[in-house]
Design a protein around this ligand. Structure first.
Ligand code: SF4
Ligand code: SF4
Length: 344
């Protein structure tokens, strides 16, 4: 693993030199910034604090064909992605890379999911340390940091006219070689360390999560949920933009005799998500759905996988149209008096 650098004005050149990879990078798209395949290196932006849309869709697409079939035939045509195609995510923020390590638990749990895991295996993650965390970032509370290396193959720092790149894995070294990066020295690595420390000091929000996973089940019927859910619009933005939310639905779609089975994102914030075939809905109101979103992340997931399913990126707070604030909910949950534990 090594220390490298390249001049900032060579960014387009570096991206163009990665012809062996399918490269994705943050790119403005309408009103948002999201990770798109790099067609024009000049369109890539590293200016926004973090992308509006997280890069989770690169491992877990919004809609994905699992297999195709023809009605009346017994054979299936699986659409498992080719594991030999190399992909590279350039400029991913440390929280979003850490989010993959959390979601990995689900896709390698009771069923080993080749669709997700093949993509994880063949993708190199080149991170970009945050120099200026946004107003609602709280990654240090979740075990991360603006320059966390967790889940990354390389980590890049903006040092003014130069990008310093620290490689962390063999995949990171392969990237540095393919990009033809120059060796960096002590001056760059020390400047990066200083920037990492300063950025940590700029994180404004925090939450002490101790006791929350154990406490939440005892608040199952507590009226405090309504203080937040009453104004929820059930728009689902908080889950679709969350890098760790991973709920999906599976549907068969047919046209004449040709059909496919597809997986698509779903959200527990929609009323239809839990409707039974009988018409009964165990989460009929926004109260139950808000309770489930928070409890799933902060109680059920850590109970099963020993890690909270949140990286503190702040997107659910930044983008909720009615200002429902995850950290307010968690703080209130700590003050509320619990009863006998229940889950759903
Ligand atoms: S973003 Fe806000 S309004 Fe929309 S579902 Fe989430 S909590 Fe409700
Ligand atoms: S719950 Fe909110 S803060 Fe946590 S990872 Fe999801 S979007 Fe980010």
């Amino acid at each position: 693993m090594g220390d490298y650098k390249f001049a900032k004005d060579k960014l387009a050149e570096v991206l163009s030199s990665l012809g062996d990879y399918q490269v994705f990078a943050p790119t403005p798209a309408g009103d948002v910034v999201r990770f798109l395949e790099v067609k024009d290196p000049a369109a890539v932006t590293l200016e926004s604090a973090n992308s509006t849309v997280p890069p989770k869709e690169l491992m877990f697409p919004e809609t994905e064909t699992l297999f195709k079939y023809r009605l009346g035939d017994t054979g299936l045509d699986p659409s498992v992605p080719d594991a030999s195609a190399r992909r590279l995510v350039f400029g991913i923020r440390p929280c979003d890379a850490m989010a993959y390590t959390i979601v990995d638990n689900l896709f390698s749990w009771d069923f080993t999911d080749p669709y997700y895991l093949n993509r994880r295996e063949n993708t190199t993650l080149v991170g970009f340390a945050c120099g200026d965390p946004c107003a609602n970032c709280f990654c240090p509370s979740m075990g991360g940091a603006p320059a966390s290396e967790k889940g990354l193959d390389a980590l890049m720092f903006d040092l003014g006219d130069t990008f310093y790149v620290k490689t962390l894995t063999d995949k990171g070294d392969a990237f540095a070689k393919a990009a033809g990066l120059d060796a960096a020295g002590d001056a760059e690595s020390k400047a990066a360390e200083k920037q990492a420390e300063e950025a940590l000091g700029k994180v404004k929000r925090s939450i002490d999560t101790a006791g929350i996973p154990e406490k939440l089940p005892s608040l199952y019927d507590h009226p405090f949920w309504e203080q937040f859910s009453d104004r929820c619009l059930s728009c689902g933005i908080c889950t679709f933009l969350c890098p760790t939310c991973h709920c999906f639905d599976i549907q068969d779609e047919a046209e004449a005799f040709n059909a496919r089975r597809a997986r698509m994102w779903d959200t527990c914030m929609f009323a239809e998500y839990t409707v039974h075939t009988s018409g009964h809905n165990p989460r009929p109101t926004r109260k139950e759905r808000t309770r489930n979103r928070i409890s799933h992340k902060y109680s059920y997931f850590p109970e099963k996988f020993d890690v909270i399913a949140c990286v503190g990126c702040g997107r659910c707070i930044n983008n909720c149209p009615v200002n429902i604030d995850l950290l307010d909910i968690l703080e209130k949950s700590k003050q509320a008096e619990g009863k006998e534990a229940k889950t759903a």
